[in-house]
Design a protein around this ligand. Sequence first.
Ligand SMILES: NC(=O)c1ccc[n+]([C@@H]2O[C@H](COP(=O)([O-])OP(=O)(O)OC[C@H]3O[C@@H](n4cnc5c(N)ncnc54)[C@H](OP(=O)(O)O)[C@@H]3O)[C@@H](O)[C@H]2O)c1
Length: 221
Amino acid sequence: MNVGILGTGNLAVTLGRAWAVAGHSLLVAGRNPLHASGAADQIGPAAEAVDPSDFPTRVDVLVIAVAWEGLEAALSLVGGPRGSLAGKTVIDCTNPVDYTTGELKPASGSAAALVAHTAPGARVVKALHLFAGASWPYVGPQESAPVVAICGDEPRALDRAAVLIQDLGGQTAVVGGLGSARQLEEAAGFVMRVVAAGYNPRLAVPEVDPALLRATQTTTE
Ligand SMILES: NC(=O)c1ccc[n+]([C@@H]2O[C@H](COP(=O)([O-])OP(=O)(O)OC[C@H]3O[C@@H](n4cnc5c(N)ncnc54)[C@H](OP(=O)(O)O)[C@@H]3O)[C@@H](O)[C@H]2O)c1
């Protein structure tokens, strides 16, 4: 796939490198062309720095990897408010979270909803905000692969996101429509709060075997 990455920082480079290994072509852009060239260089030969206005015609999927504060401005560079991303799969990785308190910054809604609002017609999927970019690619037993919870309203866009997650070595759990994005974004805040309290978030959620749970439910029905 031709994967556009809007953002030129840590996540752009780590995801870009992992997708390059999987054989994808990366197009990288942000508000600063020098940062875009630097990010493309760090990703390697599969990456090209482009102008953000090139994204609508050149990419199959657009991945948003910018700071929450820059989300609307970055989408404007792509022409999102003018409908340039209509029909395009857009994966929002933004964490609109205060890293020190774990509090979600939007008073209501979600970063993903803001993307959908700012880029009318875009097929928005919330995904890949919870794990550090450096987690990818995952190499190990499939049953232990990170589960990436995602949500969105468009089945085709969810399918495309699932392919890209699979190419990172992850498993995909579709948890609902885009209205579920705030909950997924809250999950990042929850993780930060548990870490701030001095604990490993992996130990802060119960271990549940879905097969066992289903069997128990069937028996009790
Ligand atoms: N790093 C991770 O492992 C990770 C994992 C999951 C999710 N995320 C999320 O992904 C996003 C990017 O994280 P990061 O670690 O890559 O951050 P980063 O290294 O600090 O990069 C931030 C990117 O956002 C851009 N940006 C900041 N303010 C902007 C504005 N006002 N207008 C346009 N662009 C702006 C920066 O552009 P300049 O270079 O021009 O400043 C840069 O390209 C964040 O929302 C973060 O929560 C990160």
